[in-house]
Structures are given as structure tokens and as C-alpha cells.
Design a protein around this ligand. Structure first.
Ligand SMILES: Nc1ncnc2c1ncn2[C@@H]1O[C@H](COP(=O)(O)OP(=O)(O)OP(=O)(O)O)[C@@H](O)[C@H]1O
Ligand SMILES: [Mg+2]
Length: 511
């Protein structure tokens, strides 16, 4: 036997056998848990896992693949980690986290994965959308065009908000931040604006209070509540605002106007810090990870007014941030101030003085909404901020017992009356024509003769007077007409008449 024959006999079958083998690598669809801590887990065994892929643990708990290493991955767990054990299997799902969207969500209280928390039936979804979505491109965006009325005089007059705007509500704890946001939702009764209230990291009792307010105000049938409370896993708290925004974007794409409240992003940042530290990402300033700015900017960039050819819908965002000891230059508040189009600042000292809502007008600003304020409103409230700032300055000086000339005294008198008019109780919404009437009366000096504590009553009188005596002007104002000199004079005359009448009645009563 020649050597060649031997080679053929030996190798030919081997080569044949080799041809039948296809050396494809099998994808590992199942891996196992290496370690678990409160909120995150480390898993090993997956090949080519994708970033942000949704993983399923046993017992229906889900997770997001987050820190991808060569042979292991850090996973943000979207549920209780207590029942997870090292060695338990983990399954890939091949998709990213998504939420149900559509009309079936309206009126419901849901968790960030769209599961009901109100004891009702499961959601009938029109569709599913990923929790993280790119913000609309610049070419699809239109400038802010339509005002979003909150029904709160101080906001609508001095810090007006437009649809598609992002206005931060910031202040220390218990200063009325949630009250402003909830009032803004309640006031959308006739505006056709849908609302989403996203509660992040709050106490269950605080969330229950908001739900009760919305139910009492009849707003639940145009509102979706997305709740990840303080007891929920940090992963759920982290995805809550993104999930709520995806639910909103579905309606925006249909051409609807949506208002979304994130209450609050301080707690959202803390949940993310907790996750990042557990995932052993390097901490930066105040122990927050380096991408803390990006997680909030990519969220708030999704709020916008879309162009007509893209449906013309809008998403207005009211993020809430809690400051500590009025420190608005802490890390998270400054980040959010720079991302948003303005802020409503609530002052604890005004709150203590009983000046409610405790909005510090001088420290608050709206960078875009003023351009779309109704023309009649602008005519009356245009220089309100400036006038009020001057008044506050004078008030500080007057406290030193300086001699005051008549002009200064007049400004002080008037400023004090305007301050009374800017006070407003919770859930007491005032529509635009009546707001204009109240502000016009105060700035024109109709209340100058009254004691400050009689202003609230007088304000009610003038509001009723314009409603009853000048309904046509009220209607035109609401439709966006300008307030010409004749209208202005007619309103003042009606209001003065009503005040005189009330005064006469009071005198008769005393006599
Ligand atoms: N305009 C108002 N008139 C009367 N009461 C008000 C007004 N605004 C807020 N309050 C009351 O002040 C309290 C605190 O309000 P709220 O819960 O909105 O504050 P917060 O800043 O959201 O508090 P937290 O820091 O706990 O979230 C509540 O009891 C609320 O009813
Ligand atoms: Mg609150």
C-alpha cells in the first residue's frame, strides 16, 4: 500500500464527516443569576446580549440588561429582588422594555410596566411602545403656539406656560409643589388636554391624596396615573417617567395635547444614583453618576409642540424638583433649571406667611410661554412682574421707617392689593376673563381704598360683575381678541359700579 492510498483511506471519511458538521455557535437564551442585591442582579451565561434588553427572571420579575461585560451583565431588576436567588435561571426576551398605550389607559392607575394598580381589569392596549424613544427631531417641531391655562392667577399672569413647554416646579418640601401641578391638571376640564401624572418615589399616602383630588375634581376620566412609589424597586422608579412619556407620545402622535407631570425628579435621580452605585459605576458630584444630566435631558427633550404636518399634537412637561433649605444651586436643581424653559419657584417663607400659592414671582420665569399669552392678558399683566418686583423692593426700604413721598406710598398701597389678588386657594380655578378682571381691578387701583383683607371679597364681586354685565367682552377675551380701550373702560366701569353697590349695601347694613 502506497502512502498516498493510506492517506486517502484514512482522511476521506474524516473529511466527509467534517463536511456534515456546521460550526454555528448556539445563542445561549438562558443564563443564571450570579448575585443579587437590593435592586440589581448580576447574571452570567448570555452570549451577545444587547444593551437594554428585557430579561425575565423566574416568578414574573423582569429586568433590564444594563452593564454588559464580556461574560456577565449587571441587570436593573423591575420588581422585588427578595425572591431571586443565585443560580436561578434568567431568560432573554429579545425585546426592550415596552408599555401598553392607547385609550384603554385613560382613567387608570398603573405601574410603570402598565399593570393596573387600581384593582381593575388588565389594560386593553391599542399598541405597545418602547419605554425609551428618541425625542422628535427639530424639523418636526413648531414653536410653542397655544397657552396652557393653569387657572392659577400668579402662574397664568406672571409665569405663563405654553403647550409643548417644559416648566420646572421647584421648592422645598411641603411648599405646595404638587398642589400647583394637580391644579394645572384639574383646570384642563374644557381645554381638551389629556393629563398624565407620574408619581416617582412618593409615599403611598401622598399618591392616594392626588388620586382623591383628581377624582373629586372630576379629572380622572381624562388622566392616567403612573405610579412607582418609594417602596417600589428603584428600577421601577427609574423607568416610570420614560414609561409615562411613551404613553403620552402615543396621544401626541394622534394630534392630541397632553400635559405630563413628573412628581418628582429629585427622587428619580436618587433611584438612579442607587442603581448606579449598586452597578458599581463611578460616582461623581454628590455621588450621582456622570450621566445624571443625560437621563433628565433625554426625558425632557421628548416634550414639544409638533408641526401641523406631523399631527400638531403637543406634550407639555411639568417636572417637579424638591430643593433642600432653598438651595436651588444644588446639582439636580441646577441641571433641571438649565434643561427646562423656566421655573416656578415656591418659597417656604411665603408659605409660612400664608401667602398661598407660595410662588416667588421674582425668582420664577417662563422663557417661552409669555409669547403665546392671550393678547388681552398681555395687555393687563404685561408689566405685572416688573411692577411687583418694584413693589417688593420698596417694601423692603419702607420697613426701615424712611420718610415716604405720596408716589411711593401709592405704589406700596397698590402692590399690597395686587399681592392679595395673587393669593388663591387650592382647587379654586379661575378662567381667563375673570383673572383679567381681577388683575385689571387691582392694577388700576380699584381696590386701593379697601383694607387688604377685604380684597378677596371685592375680587369676587368684580369677577361676578364682569361675568354678568360684560359677557360679550369675556367671550371675546377667551377667543383671543385684543382688549381695546373701550373694552377696558367698560370692564372698569362695570367693576367700579359693582364695588360701589357692595359698599352702599355694607353701609346700609351697618346703619
Ligand atoms: N394654594 C393653596 N391654598 C391652600 N393650601 C395649599 C395651597 N397649596 C398647597 N396647600 C397645602 O399645603 C400643603 C403642602 O402642599 P403640597 O403637598 O402640594 O406640597 P409639596 O411641596 O408637594 O409637598 P411634598 O414636599 O411633601 O411633596 C398641603 O396640605 C396642601 O393642601
Ligand atoms: Mg408633593
Amino acid at each position: 500500500m502506497t502512502f498516498d492510498r493510506l492517506q486517502d483511506d484514512l482522511f476521506a471519511p474524516l473529511e466527509d464527516a467534517l463536511k456534515r458538521v456546521s460550526p454555528a455557535i448556539e445563542r445561549a437564551e438562558i443564563a443564571h443569576i450570579l448575585s443579587v442585591s437590593n435592586g440589581v442582579a448580576e447574571v452570567a451565561g448570555f452570549i451577545d446580549l444587547r444593551a437594554d434588553e428585557l430579561l425575565a427572571f423566574s416568578g414574573g420579575v423582569m429586568g433590564i440588561a444594563s452593564n454588559l461585560g464580556e461574560d456577565r451583565a449587571g441587570v436593573i431588576v423591575l420588581g422585588e429582588t427578595e425572591r431571586l436567588r443565585p443560580g436561578d435561571p434568567v431568560r432573554r426576551t429579545g425585546r426592550v422594555v415596552d408599555v401598553p398605550v392607547g385609550r384603554g389607559l385613560i382613567g387608570r392607575v398603573l405601574d410603570p410596566l402598565g399593570r393596573p394598580l387600581d384593582g381593575g381589569s388588565p389594560i386593553e392596549a391599542q399598541d405597545f411602545l418602547p419605554v425609551e424613544q428618541p425625542a422628535p427631531p427639530i424639523m418636526h417641531r413648531a414653536p410653542v403656539q397655544v397657552p396652557l391655562q393653569t387657572g392659577i392667577k400668579a402662574v397664568d399672569a406672571a409665569i405663563p406656560i405654553g403647550r409643548g413647554q417644559r416648566e420646572l416646579i421647584l421648592g422645598d418640601r411641603q411648599t405646595g409643589k404638587t398642589a400647583i401641578a394637580v391644579d394645572a391638571i384639574l383646570n384642563q376640564r374644557d381645554s381638551g388636554v389629556l393629563s398624565i401624572y407620574c408619581a416617582i418615589g412618593q409615599r403611598a399616602s401622598a399618591v392616594a391624596r392626588v388620586i382623591q383630588s383628581l377624582r373629586d375634581g372630576g379629572a380622572m376620566d381624562r388622566t392616567i396615573m403612573v405610579v412607582a412609589s418609594g417602596q417600589d424597586a428603584p428600577g421601577l422608579q427609574f423607568i416610570a417617567p420614560y414609561a409615562a412619556t411613551s404613553m403620552a407620545e402615543h396621544f401626541m402622535a394622534e394630534g392630541r395635547d397632553v400635559l405630563i407631570v413628573y412628581d418628582d425628579l429629585t427622587r428619580h435621580a436618587r433611584a438612579y444614583r442607587e442603581l448606579s452605585l449598586l452597578l458599581r459605576r463611578p460616582p461623581g458630584r454628590e455621588a450621582y453618576p456622570g450621566d445624571i444630566f443625560y437621563i433628565h435631558s433625554r426625558l425632557l427633550e421628548r416634550a414639544t409642540q409638533l408641526r401641523e404636518e406631523h399631527g400638531g399634537g403637543s406634550l407639555t412637561a411639568l417636572p417637579v424638583v424638591e430643593t433642600q433649605a432653598q438651595n436651588i444651586s444644588a446639582y439636580i436643581p441646577t441641571n433641571l433649571i438649565s434643561i427646562t424653559d423656566g421655573q416656578v419657584y415656591l418659597s417656604p417663607s411665603l408659605f409660612e406667611k400664608g401667602h398661598l400659592p407660595a410662588i416667588d414671582i421674582g425668582a420664577s420665569v417662563s422663557r417661552v410661554g409669555g409669547k403665546v399669552q392671550l393678547p388681552a392678558f398681555r395687555a393687563v399683566a404685561g408689566n405685572l412682574r416688573l411692577m411687583y418686583a418694584q413693589f417688593e423692593e420698596l417694601e423692603t426700604f419702607a420697613r426701615f421707617g424712611t420718610q415716604l413721598d405720596t408716589e411711593t406710598r401709592r405704589k406700596l398701597t397698590r402692590g399690597l392689593r395686587v399681592r392679595e389678588v395673587l393669593k388663591q386657594r387650592e382647587h379654586d380655578h379661575i378662567d381667563v376673563p375673570e383673572q383679567i378682571a381681577a388683575l385689571l381691578a387691582a392694577t388700576e387701583g380699584l381696590f386701593d381704598e379697601l383694607e387688604p383683607d377685604a380684597v378677596a371679597e371685592a375680587e369676587r364681586t368684580v369677577r361676578e360683575a364682569v361675568r354678568a354685565q360684560a359677557p360679550d367682552i369675556c367671550e371675546r377675551i377667551a377667543e383671543g381678541a385684543k382688549l381695546d380701550d373701550a373694552d377696558r373702560a367698560a370692564l372698569i366701569e362695570a367693576m367700579q359700579g359693582a364695588l360701589d353697590e357692595a359698599q352702599t349695601e355694607a353701609n346700609d347694613g351697618n346703619a
